[in-house]
Design a protein around this ligand. Structure first.
Ligand code: FAD
Length: 335
């Protein structure tokens, strides 16, 4: 193995849009902190944007020891060229042994550009992260492989840094500590606006888009609903609670609801405060995507349904009677 002894520390990229960080960034700091503790190194974060110093302070509250901050009006919106240049220069200067990014559209673009340029290895969509203790210090990045039928642990032995992306909801953020102390290091942007070939002309929000990964409450339905129509009933409960509607793959495959609502191995990984599993049996491909929810309430007419093994509260009965009753109670309490 080459001598990589000058590469030390764990770096997490803090993704933001319009000055608001993606939760996955804080979750990755939580995962990164465990790796850094095992390796006895510092946890670093990188914040890029316009007027985003508050996020550098937040990164410290969520576990970073040192935050590199690069600000400028030309960095307001994500663009591959300047963001990757800044990150590459930082990696060159600071030499972290591990770099973590959210598996978002931006994180995938940025991590891919950097790994290609360095060049080094990048494990995408990791679901488990660990390290071999010194002297090997190898990152053990695990993810489903071979049509999601097995878990593969991928190592990057020959190159540094070792890089990985992870989806939102897979890892847990540390509790926010407002009194935590850390260092903020300002770094320059090596590219002026005139050197950047692309312009962001307009940002069009997807109006109907659901954001399951950031949702605090999810009301998810399965094949037990029997068709697309009962999803309206789930939407009523979700609206009453201020949550989003999720679904099992069976419903998506049947064309009852769009794929963006799917939770599980081939859908979203979620970690809400409250997850309703309604008419969902609890197949492993579904539970891998929601079992980390803080509180799970399952409603199923089959008392032996596997979902009850994951649920904190289980209601055995007909969902068509139970769901409207819960919605009515929620509305009554809010009135
Ligand atoms: P079912 O297993 O059919 O369960 C329906 C449940 O509804 C039953 O438990 C039944 O008792 C209950 N029920 C019926 N009527 C009522 C009623 N009136 N009141 C109360 N309860 C009722 N699945 C996912 O969800 N997400 C994924 O990302 C995913 N990825 C996959 C990837 C691969 C490679 C493979 C092979 C499969 C994947 N699956 C995924 C599919 C998964 O294996 C299951 O087939 C699917 O999750 C089953 O969905 P379900 O629980 O809605 O349906």
């Amino acid at each position: 193995m080459p001598d990589w002894s000058n590469y030390r520390g764990v770096l997490v990229y803090v993704e933001q849009r319009n000055g608001a960080a993606k939760n996955v960034s804080w979750q990755l700091l939580g995962a990164g902190q465990k790796l850094a503790a095992k390796l006895d190194v510092s946890l670093m974060a990188l914040v890029i944007g316009d007027q985003v110093e508050h996020l550098a302070r937040e990164a410290i509250c969520y576990g970073a020891d040192r935050v590199f901050l690069c600000e400028g009006p030309e960095l307001k919106d994500y663009r591959t060229r300047p963001y990757s240049r800044i990150t590459l220069k930082l990696i060159e200067d600071v030499k972290p042994e591990i770099c973590l990014f959210g598996a978002t559209a931006t994180g995938r673009d940025l991590a891919g550009a950097i790994a290609t340029h360095l060049p080094t290895g990048l494990t995408a969509d990791t679901t488990e992260l660990d390290v071999e203790p010194p002297p090997s210090r190898l990152l053990l990045a695990s993810r489903p492989a071979f049509a999601e039928k097995m878990m593969a642990t991928i190592l990057c032995k020959q190159y540094r840094p070792q890089m990985a992306t992870a989806r939102a909801g897979v890892f847990q953020a540390l509790p926010r500590d407002p009194d935590r102390k850390g260092e903020i290091v300002r770094i320059p942007n090596p590219m002026g606006e005139e050197q950047i070939a692309t312009r962001v002309v307009e940002f069009i929000e997807q109006k109907s888009g659901v954001n399951l990964e950031e949702a605090e409450i999810i009301v998810a339905g399965g094949r037990g609903l029997g068709g697309p129509e009962p999803f309206k009933m789930l939407k009523e409960l979700a609206d009453a609670l201020g949550g989003e509607v999720g679904a099992s793959r069976a419903c998506v495959d049947a064309g009852w609801i769009k794929h963006e609502h799917q939770v599980g191995q081939t859908g979203c990984t979620v970690r809400p405060k409250l997850y309703f599993a309604i008419g969902i049996s609890g197949a492993v491909q579904h539970t891998v995507g929601m079992s980390n929810s803080e509180v799970i309430i399952a409603i199923n007419k089959d008392p032996d349904a596997p979902i009850f093994q994951f649920a904190h509260y289980g209601i055995v009965g007909d969902l068509f009677k139970i769901v409207p009753a819960i919605t009515a109670q929620v509305r009554q309490r809010k009135a």
